[in-house]
Design a protein around this ligand. Structure first.
Ligand code: FO1
Length: 324
């Protein structure tokens, strides 16, 4: 076991790939970008949360990462644009619509731009690159796939709903039977994804939901295989601290995926692609159980209250990616 205070390191690996979900990943990435050059970073973003609503294509995780890394995020919510207005939503609600998904006006504009680009024949990768450029996002952000996929949640009563309906619409109140990525079978990794993984000198898995964020990225045929074939070491950070998710609904979904809601359970779900795992200081007693899965373990402060915390955490993970 390596106990992880962030060692001072001037030779951190170049060409870093980060698998990322939403809010937790974006905060972690802020730390990664404190310790390595953005030119060396490729982010592979989850698009399982994508869906169409109010006539637009929303890519929540890609947008959360873009807005956070360019200083535009609504810090309190962790999603949406800071200072955004709600004229469009207010008008829809005034007309009696059940506008349950909160999309601010500017955020709406971003999603509408994406929708128009897609309608004109652009791929999601093209649209993402153009939106990244508009926001001045420095690292490369790739969607996991250009194909239409959607995370589906099968409820205990047999209903099969989109992830956003389960999480935002129904506030994760319904018991869950299983989760799967709809459209996964025929999806392919987006251009650049497999190459980035193959040429990476380090691969990080952000502290994102192991079922609906990282699990969905791994569900795109070819990505899991690229990770296991890569010579780079793959190091994750547990999103579960003290037996509960830092944010989100992993506690509702991990049992449905057959894993206990612990750092060990999170590691279990990703063990086939991981070489190392960073768990929180409060979970130090679980280090042996994670090691028993065949993984290197570091115990570190994983709660990211400041960008400095995130940078220290990123250093611990990056140091673990170096070959022993
Ligand atoms: N999360 C909510 O809890 N309620 C919302 O109304 C909501 C709207 C929304 C709009 C745009 C966007 O990019 C994200 C949004 N989110 C909202 C966050 C999102 O549902 C999830 O947290 C992510 O998909 C999980 O990473």
């Amino acid at each position: 076991m390596k106990t992880g205070t962030a060692a001072d390191h001037d030779k951190l690996p170049a060409v870093i790939v980060v698998l990322a979900g939403g809010v937790g990943a974006a905060r972690y990435l802020r730390g990664v970008l404190r310790v390595v050059s953005p030119d060396d970073v490729t982010i592979i973003g989850n698009t399982g949360d994508d869906f169409r609503i109010y006539g637009v294509h929303v890519s929540p995780d890609l947008d959360i990462v873009t807005y956070t890394l360019t200083g535009r995020i609504d810090e309190e919510k962790g999603w949406g644009l800071a200072g955004d207005t709600t004229v469009l939503l207010d008008e829809m609600r005034a007309a009696g619509l059940n506008a349950w998904f909160h999309l601010g006006d500017r955020d709406f504009g971003v999603c509408l731009a994406r929708t128009e680009m897609l309608a004109a024949g652009a791929s999601l990768s093209d649209a993402t690159a153009r939106i990244s450029e508009r926001f001045g996002l420095a690292p490369r952000l790739l969607p996991m796939t250009d194909d239409e996929v959607g995370t589906r949640v099968v409820l205990a009563n047999g209903e099969d709903v989109h992830f956003q309906e389960y999480w935002v619409g129904r506030k994760a109140a319904d018991p869950v039977r299983s989760v799967y990525l709809g459209g996964a079978d025929t999806s392919r990794p987006a251009p650049g994804v497999v190459d980035a993984i193959a040429s990476a000198s380090a691969i990080l898995i952000a502290p994102s939901n192991p079922v609906v964020s990282i699990g969905t990225i791994l569900a795109v045929p070819g990505i899991r295989e690229a990770l296991t074939a890569s010579s780079a070491r793959v190091v994750g950070v547990s999103p579960i601290v003290g037996g509960a998710p830092v944010r989100g609904m992993a506690d509702k979904l991990m049992p449905a995926a057959g894993a206990p809601v612990t750092a060990v359970g999170a590691a279990l779900l990703l063990r086939d692609v991981l070489d190392g795992y960073v768990i929180d200081l409060v979970d130090e007693n679980l280090a042996g159980d994670v090691e028993a899965l065949g993984l290197d373990v570091a115990v570190a402060q994983t709660m990211m209250r400041t960008v400095e915390d995130a940078a220290a955490l990123a250093k611990v993970a990056l140091t673990m990616t170096e070959h022993r």
